[in-house]
Design a protein around this ligand. Structure first.
Ligand SMILES: Nc1ncnc2c1ncn2[C@@H]1O[C@H](COP(=O)(O)OP(=O)(O)OP(=O)(O)O)[C@@H](O)[C@H]1O
Length: 312
């Protein structure tokens, strides 16, 4: 049984003529880390709130850990750890007290709640700062405290809504590593959202892409990252950037589609003759007297899904 299953799930915030925030969504989520991605307003938070039974769907069905969202909201919220998108931390409370409180709300007895809160705060890297008032926390620390409260009751599934929001690159990498550990080392299925399309590629096993409430794709991450046949080429010549430009023009003269990408050139395969591409690149560089530093395969990226499927 999938961890999450939805069948033509639809949510409109207004009447029948209002736009659907979720539009007839049919998707399954399994074990491991699932990235739920889409631009702002794509419907990610709405989906999570509907799955938690916090919002009722307009139509359609869904189950979370086998429980029907229409009748099993309370059981679902007991079993699921939820990290909301927005700041929900009382500023005048210490992290330890807050997380103990959340553990007590979930039914843990006092001693177990204290022990578990200390453990989970250590896991998220807040061991030192757990006695500080959360109002004094940086954004990164607040996100970690929000994550700790989502994990404190040993959930069977966690839903993390934009856990990297507002974080600088280093803090973002730390948070993504934590999310990966939850899914892979602790074996808790994770549904994690981001509006940065490429961000979850490295840590998710599966990616669900939403656009305007519609399902655009649901696929193993590897399928997104498959070899596209396109190659990245780096050449070296006496005149620096001129070498790159000369190479691009010479490739175009041979009928290839080439674009500059940073200091490299991205070259598409010839229709029906993908195996000839590397030879053509080598010959072109040799004809121009340029050094060929590298030819490497360009793998697909999540952003490409939007380039391919969403009209500009
Ligand atoms: N309470 C609400 N009342 C009316 N419309 C809403 C409400 N909450 C969300 N919407 C609308 O539903 C659509 C989906 O919003 P949602 O917040 O689910 O998207 P999201 O993908 O989570 O985006 P973000 O990353 O910005 O939160 C948007 O058009 C949004 O304006």
């Amino acid at each position: 049984m999938p961890v999450i299953h939805t069948q033509t799930l639809t949510k409109r915030y207004g009447g029948a003529s209002s736009p659907a925030a979720l539009d007839s969504l049919t998707v399954d989520v399994d074990e491991g880390v699932t990235g739920l991605v889409g631009a702002n307003g794509a419907g990610k938070s709405t989906l999570i709130k509907v799955l938690l039974g916090l919002l009722s769907p307009t139509s359609g069905e869904a189950t979370v850990l086998g429980h029907d969202i229409r009748t099993g909201g309370t059981q679902i919220r007991t079993l699921v750890g939820y990290m909301p998108e927005h700041d929900c931390l009382p500023p005048d409370m210490r992290a330890i007290d807050f997380v103990v409180h959340m553990a007590r709300v979930s039914g843990l007895p006092p001693a177990a709640a204290r022990e578990r809160a200390a453990d989970v705060l250590r896991h998220v890297g807040l061991a030192e700062e757990r006695y500080r008032l959360m109002g004094t926390y940086s954004t990164g620390m607040k996100q970690r405290a929000k994550l700790a409260q989502a994990l404190v009751h040993d959930p069977r599934l966690v839903m993390l809504d934009e856990p990297t929001n507002g974080l600088d690159p280093a803090a973002r990498d730390d948070m993504l590593a934590l999310v990966r550990r939850i899914g892979h080392d602790f074996g808790i299925p994770v549904l994690v959202t981001s509006h940065l399309l490429g961000e979850l590629e490295r840590i998710s096993d599966h990616v669900v892409v939403l656009d305007g409430g519609h399902l655009l794709r649901s696929e193993a991450t590897q399928a997104f990252m498959a070899d596209t046949g396109t190659v990245l080429v780096e050449v070296l010549g006496a005149h620096g950037a001129d070498a790159q430009r000369a190479m691009g023009e010479a490739l175009a003269a041979r009928g290839l589609t080439a674009r500059p990408v940073g200091g490299l050139i991205e070259v598409d395969p010839l229709d029906g003759r993908p195996d000839d591409l590397r030879d053509l690149v080598r010959d072109t560089a040799a004809d121009l007297g340029l050094g060929l530093v590298r030819i490497q395969p360009q793998t697909g990226r999540l952003e490409d899904v939007f380039r391919e499927e969403v009209p500009a």
